[in-house]
Write a protein that binds this ligand. Structure first.
Ligand code: PEP
Length: 249
C-alpha cells in the first residue's frame, strides 16, 4: 500500500550516546507525528540496538543504512541482513548514492543485497538517482531506467520495497530538485514500474524524494501527486526539523 513515509538517514553521524539522545527526543515527541505518517530512523550499525530500545513502544521504526552482500562468514567488518534484523530493525536502506560511489556498489550487488534483506524479513528503501553530469548530458532517462530494470525488475514483487529518488546533485548540497523536476522523475519511476509489475502495483509503490529536503520545502514536494514522502539526511539530525518535515503533508 502507498504510504506516507519520512525516513531519516543519519549517515556516519552521531556517537551511540548522541544517537540515543536524538532517538529519545523523537520518542518523547512521537505524539507529534501525524497518525498516517510513518517515521523511520536509520542510525549507524553501532547504535541500532540502543536506538531501538529508545524508540520501543512508539510508532517510530528502525532501519539500517546498509547490509552485507553475503549471509554470514569470513567477511571482516561486514554486517549481515540477519544481524540487522536481529536488532529489531524492520528496514534497510540499499543503493544510496554514497554506497554506489564510494563503495563501488553496482546494480547487480544491490539486487543480491535486496535478496539478503528479504530473506531476513527486512523491507527495503531502494535509492536511485542521477549525477548532474548524467542529467545534463542527455542520458538521464536511460540511466534511471537501468537502475529500475537491472534491480527492481528482477524481483518477484515490490510489496516490501519503497523507492527513494535522490538526485546526487541535491544530496547534502542545499540544492533541492524543483517540484517539477522531482515529480517528473517520480512519475517516470511509477510508469516504468507499471510496465513490468502492472498499473496497480505501480500505483501502490511508495516513492520518496531525497536531496536537501527540509521543513521549508517539504510541503510543496509532498504535495506532488507521485511524491509520497522523503528520505532525509541532514535535517533528520535535528528533532525539530525532522518532526516538522513529518508534519508537512
Ligand atoms: C540522503 O543522504 O539520503 C539525503 C537526502 O541527504 P540530505 O537530506 O542531507 O541532502
Amino acid at each position: 500500500m502507498r504510504q506516507k513515509i519520512v525516513a531519516g538517514n543519519w549517515k556516519m553521524n552521531t556517537t551511540p550516546a548522541e544517537g540515543v539522545a536524538l532517538a529519545s527526543e523523537l520518542a518523547k515527541r512521537a505524539a507529534e507525528i501525524p497518525s498516517d505518517v510513518k517515521l523511520i530512523v536509520a542510525p549507524p550499525f553501532t547504535h541500532l540496538t540502543s536506538v531501538q530500545a529508545a524508540i520501543a513502544g512508539t510508532k517510530i521504526e528502525l532501519s539500517s543504512q546498509n547490509c552485507a552482500l553475503q549471509p554470514k562468514g569470513a567477511y571482516t567488518g561486514e554486517v549481515s541482513a540477519a544481524m540487522v534484523a536481529g536488532t529489531g530493525a524492520a528496514w534497510v536502506i540499499l543503493g544510496h548514492s554514497e554506497r554506489r560511489e564510494y563503495f563501488c556498489e553496482d546494480n547487480a550487488m544491490l539486487l543480491e543485497k535486496i535478496h539478503q534483506a528479504f530473506a531476513c524479513g527486512l523491507k527495503v528503501i531502494y535509492c536511485m538517482g542521477e549525477s548532474l553530469e548524467q542529467r545534463e548530458s542527455g542520458v538521464l532517462w536511460d540511466f534511471l531506467k537501468s537502475q529500475i530494470t537491472e534491480v527492481l525488475y528482477n524481483l518477484d514483487s515490490l510489496k516490501d520495497v519503497v523507492v527513494a529518488y535522490e538526485p546526487i546533485w541535491a544530496i547534502g548540497t542545499g540544492k533541492t530538485a524543483s517540484n517539477e523536476q522531482a515529480q517528473e522523475v517520480h512519475a517516470f519511476i511509477r510508469k516504468t514500474v507499471a510496465e513490468k509489475f502492472g498499473a496497480e502495483a505501480a500505483d501502490e509503490l511508495t516513492i520518496l524524494y531525497g536531496g536537501s529536503c527540509k521543513p521549508s520545502n517539504a510541503k510543496e514536494l509532498f504535495a506532488c501527486p507521485d511524491i509520497d514522502g522523503g528520505l532525509i539526511g541532514g535535517a533528520s539530525l535535528k528533532a525539530d526539523d525532522f518532526l516538522a518535515i513529518a508534519k508537512s503533508y
